[in-house]
Design a protein around this ligand. Structure first.
Ligand SMILES: *Cc1c(COP(=O)(O)O)cnc(C)c1O
Length: 418
């Protein structure tokens, strides 16, 4: 059966060779349920890349349906019947023409991930992680979330017939809490931050018998996020931009993209130099920026984390060392912007470009402008900004002008406004 999701019944070989501890390199067997490594660090999926490259080429790939399953050889799924999909379409690269004209920049592209199911790029990670949970026979999953990850878990979990439990900080955007509930998860608001919610998930493993689906505590979400890197490289004719601005919370996407680029170099589909990876955070929660600037390998816990960009309000990330490694290996950097800059960008871009952004996406634009000002990025550099969530999911400034159709209309005043 060929659907718009891809050819779902075709036999798909997987080229997974093993899993590997991201800190110690210790090997783990594939096709088993794994959480963190024995060292308490994230596990990475490793492939037989030589065999992979012998079995797929760019032309074959180009002929496949435009969704993330087109990269099947790069993914861990063994049985096609395991696939849990809501139609994970490729997302467009939208150029910011007005901004290019204003700044004299060579090219500013926004990868608009808000087009994905559940309105955020969390769909990529959770489509993959829930698919693997189904393949490995897990039946109950739990997760702490700032909103979008929980929504994607709920949606894919319900679709797979897997029970889901979700815990979010009590100031999580209302739309997120409601979509999580409506999509079939059991959801609680918790009077704390995402790491406090993570504590509840950890404590519930024994009494509740659920599997901990926290960011990077299972190996497959990274593989789903990796498709952002594969996809953008393919969209640019197997090249990459000079720099990628990525709103960084747990960092799955940044780590995943960097893994994609390394794998593509290994099989000869990409040439170095690879893009400079830029982690964007808020000045109200910038543990990665602080660690990067101090030259540290790990990030310290960020006290009193606060920002309007909920998706990047992550005071401690278990993959901190992997994020920092990717930034340094790529010649990139980490940068923080204020909530005022984020709000400004959130109003500016839709007005001039017609493109609605999430606060996290707006943060990448603000970070780009700041990087230009500070001379950390050149105007001649082709850059890519990530809008990871659909702007419609967030609070917008009020628009409350009204007309009384029974009164004369003041056309002069109407002409003068705007
Ligand atoms: C989760 C999220 C982020 C942060 O992504 P990570 O890969 O976890 O760092 C950024 N923006 C939005 C909209 C998100 O939902």
């Amino acid at each position: 059966m060929t659907t718009h999701f891809g050819n779902l019944t075709e036999d798909r070989p997987t080229f997974v060779s093993h899993l590997e501890c991201s800190a110690t390199g210790e090997r783990y067997q594939a096709d088993r349920v794994h959480g963190l490594s024995d060292a308490g660090k994230p596990l990475l999926v490793r492939y037989d890349l030589a065999a992979l490259a012998d079995n797929v080429d760019q032309e074959t790939l180009a002929a496949r349906p435009p969704d993330l399953w087109r990269y099947r050889e790069f993914l861990p799924v063994r049985n096609t019947t395991s696939i849990v999909s809501l139609g994970e379409s490729m997302t467009p690269l939208v150029p910011l023409h007005q901004i290019e004209a204003e700044t004299g920049s060579a090219q500013v592209l926004v990868k608009d991930e808000g087009r994905l199911p559940t309105g955020s790029f969390k769909a990529r990670g959770l489509a993959m992680a829930v698919t693997m949970a189904k393949e490995l026979g897990l039946t109950r999953l739990a997760m702490p979330t700032n909103g979008n990850a929980g929504a994607a878990l709920a949606a894919y979990g319900s679709r797979a017939g897997i029970e889901t439990f979700v815990f979010c900080p009590d100031d999580t955007p209302e739309v997120n809490v409601r979509e999580i509930a409506l999509q079939g998860a059991r959801v609680w608001r918790v009077n704390g931050l995402i790491n406090d919610c993570g504590g509840i998930v950890a404590a519930g493993q024994d009494p509740m018998g659920w599997f901990d689906f926290s960011t990077l505590k299972e190996p497959y979400r990274i593989e789903g996020k990796k498709t952002m890197g594969l996809e953008l490289a393919e969209q640019l004719g197997w090249t990459t931009p000079k720099a990628i601005f990525y709103p960084t919370g747990g960092g799955t996407g940044l780590i995943g993209m960097w893994k994609a680029f390394r794998e593509l170099v290994e099989i000869g589909w990409l040439n170095e130099p690879l893009p400079r990876m830029v982690a964007v955070q808020s000045t109200g929660c910038a543990p990665i920026v602080r660690a990067f600037d101090e030259g540290a390998d790990h990030a310290e816990y960020w006290e009193d984390a606060h920002t309007i960009a909920a998706g990047i309000r992550v005071p401690a990330a278990i993959g901190d060392f992997l994020i920092l490694e990717a930034l340094r290996e790529s010649g990139g950097f980490a940068i923080a912007v204020t909530d005022e800059e984020i709000a400004g960008a959130q109003e500016r871009i839709p007005r001039s470009e017609g493109l609605l952004l999430s606060p996290e996406g707006a943060a990448t634009y603000a970070a780009y402008r700041r990087s230009l000002r500070e001379g950390r990025i050149d105007r001649d550099d082709r850059v890519m900004l990530f809008n990871c969530g659909n702007g419609l999911k967030y609070a917008m400034p009020p628009a409350d002008q009204a007309l009384n159709r029974h009164q004369p209309i003041d056309w002069a005043e109407m002409r003068s406004v705007g």
